[in-house]
Write a protein that binds this ligand. Structure first.
Ligand code: FAD
Length: 678
């Protein structure tokens, strides 16, 4: 037959849900030659996930799209603030925005920054890894056969919706998400089998890295033979996105309604008078095989169950936007990667009930953790050892999530306790307690990565993370000598392993106040944040000058690790925050040049030197207090490209900085292609 076309790329991403799109966004920003394929012909338009954590919003902001217009009525707004978003932990509060909208943000961002496009109606049908070359950083050890589907093959059937006579206001069938639910059989094998009779529809791609973001039924995971640990529960839930016709007074508040014996309903108010209802379907029970009969589940049966729980209040609807049903399972993958070449992210490595509103967030955050590492490794700018931290960092988060979800969904699915002696029931005090203690977890801000090549903190790598025994080099620790450990006491609220918090600071050059985090962009650069202290004192100014002089030295890590023809801030960006009165020093004359690099075409960089001071209009950020740093003496902080804190030290700890960056960044001479360099 005709020869099958063959090609090469650096990174192949399978699946364009939230995880796959986050990865593609990183590839776009880093300038990595990547391809993203999805078996579906279209993106998600409605329904599915819709709760966004603070941390996800911070990540969106770091890419530059947290404040994008979601519709005719203005910026992303807190359409419904959930009262237990903890006050003061982040610049952002939880918001509700549906997955289709979020996917749109990603797609626009990807096309703005690159020529990468999502290839729809394409799926892999064979995967081979050449184990002999997995350790060669420049090799393309992965071979994947891709199949191109016809439009019809790539369109999911909406069978269940057709059976129910339900119509929305335009007389159309409401769209259903059952085909993506775990109650439906996955159709990947069927798609491959059916279409393989056609000719000329496959191609072979050889790549350096591959990431399976292909959801709960992950084909990639099955090819690797990896197991999921955990179990399915018997709880079946239905989901309705409707404009409710009801006399229930709290319909515009996020709340949970527990009935004595007909199950629970969770209410999540949304945009345009819509409400999402999560409804326990007590009457639908799995059969002996553990699966429920999905043909029994229609919008009508779900509504009936909700009516029972809400009684004596009335509930009905004319308009249904979207609906689905799912069975709760709580599972974590045993392995997150094979040879640090093929990775799994998102629902492909952890599944749980959607009510805690975590799945999409954690999935995107997996991909956010992995994206810069895989991208920079593909460009041979960081060593492959750094890739081991993906599993050690993210598997523990997945396990915490399952534990959280376990508690949470048991509380939702159980019936209320009659009194304190009723042990089978759920006490409302316990319910509230889990809700409150879970709320920090639910912001996504409590994630704390362990010691590794990338995080220079106390603790041996093998204690960190996932329980599989890792030797020191396996978790990416420095090959010789005691591991580098930063000095946490110098910045008590800039925790190594956690994300850099944000406080208001004032730009020295123009007096404008900013949240400091605004400058920690997701562009693939590491950052050195110098808390310069009170530089109006001669002794302290000398300390800062000494550090900056060492940084500018020809043999310094900053010079060595930056390509000669690129700006000095191309690989590691240096930012300073001092605590002297703004008028005591001139930003240009009094600060060393590494703090205001000059560009031949655009002049000085103005936004590198900041002050912790009263702003003209927005008050005082009290950043030094917030960060827990001594106002006079300061400290230095290293941030990874994902804003997680890697190291804290004194202004004199240049040797530590050399050691950190020397181990984490490769010299430009060995880079494979450049990607995008500032
Ligand atoms: P998916 O979104 O499942 O994306 C996988 C993609 O891969 C799909 O586009 C699929 O077409 C494609 N694909 C699959 N197999 C193949 C293949 N073989 N080849 C090529 N492509 C393939 N999460 C929250 O954070 N907050 C919420 O409020 C929330 N609510 C939810 C409500 C409901 C009703 C449901 C069902 C889920 C909810 N979730 C929520 C969970 C969230 O939707 C998922 O966790 C999230 O979508 C996972 O993202 P992902 O990218 O890993 O996988």
């Amino acid at each position: 037959g005709a020869a099958v076309p063959e090609s090469e790329c650096d990174v192949l991403i399978v699946g364009a849900g939230p995880a796959g799109l986050m990865l593609t966004a990183w590839m776009a920003r880093l300038g990595v030659k990547a391809r993203t394929v999805d078996k579906r012909g279209t993106k998600v338009f409605a329904g599915q996930a819709d709760g966004l954590q603070c941390r996800s919003l911070e990540i969106f902001d770091s890419f530059g799209f947290a404040d994008r217009n979601p519709g005719p009525d203005g910026a992303i707004r807190r359409s419904d603030s959930i009262p237990d978003t903890l006050v003061g932990v982040s610049r952002f509060q939880e918001v509700v925005l549906h997955q289709g909208r979020i996917e749109r943000f990603f797609l626009d961002h990807i096309s703005k920054h690159s020529s990468l496009r999502i290839e729809r109606g394409v799926l892999p049908e064979a995967l081979a890894i050449d184990e002999g070359s997995v350790d060669d950083p420049l090799a393309h050890p992965i071979t994947v056969t891709l199949r191109h589907l016809t439009e019809e093959e790539a369109t999911p059937h909406q069978a269940a919706g057709a059976a129910s006579g339900s119509k929305n206001a335009n007389g159309e069938q409401p769209s259903d998400g059952l085909f993506r639910s775990n109650l439906a059989e996955d159709d990947t094998d069927e798609l491959i089998r059916k279409s393989s009779g056609r000719e000329g529809s496959t191609e072979v791609v050889r790549c350096k890295y591959m990431v399976g973001c292909d959801g709960a039924h992950s084909w990639t995971r099955r090819q690797l033979g990896f197991e999921m640990q955990g179990e399915a529960t018997d709880f079946i839930w239905g989901v309705l996105d409707i404009i409710p016709l009801t006399d229930f007074p709290d319909i515009r508040c996020r709340c949970a309604i527990h009935s004595a014996d007909s199950g629970s309903v969770m209410v999540i108010p949304r945009e345009n008078k819509l409400v999402r209802l999560y409804i326990q379907l007590k009457e639908i029970v799995p059969d002996a095989s553990g699966r429920a009969d999905r043909s029994k589940i229609t919008p009508e049966t779900i509504l009936k169950a909700a009516q029972k729980t809400l009684s004596p209040y009335k509930l009905d609807y004319e308009y249904c936007d979207w609906w689905t049903a799912y069975q709760i399972g709580q599972r974590v993958g045993t392995n997150f990667d094979a040879h640090q070449r093929v990775f799994l992210a998102g629902d492909a490595v952890h599944t749980h009930s959607p009510k805690a509103g975590q799945g999409m967030n954690v999935s995107m955050q997996d991909a956010y953790n992995l994206g810069w590492k895989v991208g920079l490794a593909a460009l041979n700018r960081i060593p492959r050892a750094a890739l081991k931290t993906y599993q050690s960092e993210r598997r523990r988060v997945a396990q915490d999530l399952i534990a959280f979800d376990h508690k949470f969904s048991r509380l939702f699915s159980g019936r209320p306790a009659k009194d304190v002696m009723d042990e089978a029931g759920v006490s409302m005090a316990e319910f509230k307690d889990v809700f409150v203690t879970g709320s920090l977890f639910a912001t996504g801000l409590s994630v704390d990565y362990g010691a590794s090549l990338l995080v220079a903190k106390e603790g041996s790598p093998e204690e960190q993370g996932d329980g599989t025994s890792l030797d020191a080099t396996a978790a990416g620790a420095a090959p010789e000598g005691p591991p580098l450990v930063g000095k946490q006491h110098l910045a008590t609220n800039v925790k190594m392993g956690m994300r850099f918090p944000s406080y208001q600071v004032v730009c020295h050059a123009d007096a404008r106040p900013w949240p400091f985090q605004h400058f920690m962009r997701s562009d693939g650069r590491f950052r050195l944040v110098i808390f310069a202290g009170d530089v109006s004192l001669a002794g302290q100014k000398a300390r800062l000058d000494g550090l900056c002089k060492a940084l500018a030295e020809p043999g310094s890590f900053l010079r060595r690790l930056t390509p000669g023809d690129a700006g000095i801030d191309a690989v590691v960006e240096v930012l300073a925050l001092h605590s002297a009165p703004r008028r005591a020093l001139e930003w240009l004359a009094d600060f060393p040049e590494v703090l205001h690099p000059w560009r031949p075409r655009s002049g000085w960089e103005y936004d590198r030197i900041f002050v912790d001071a009263e702003s003209y209009h927005e008050g005082h950020g009290r950043a030094y207090e917030g960060y827990g740093v001594d106002k006079e003496r300061g400290c230095v902080v290293v941030l990874r490209p994902d804003q997680y804190v890697a190291y804290v030290g004194e202004l004199e700890d240049v040797a530590d900085l050399e050691r950190y960056f020397g181990a984490v960044l490769l010299e430009p001479e060995v880079w494979a292609g450049r990607g995008k360099v500032a």
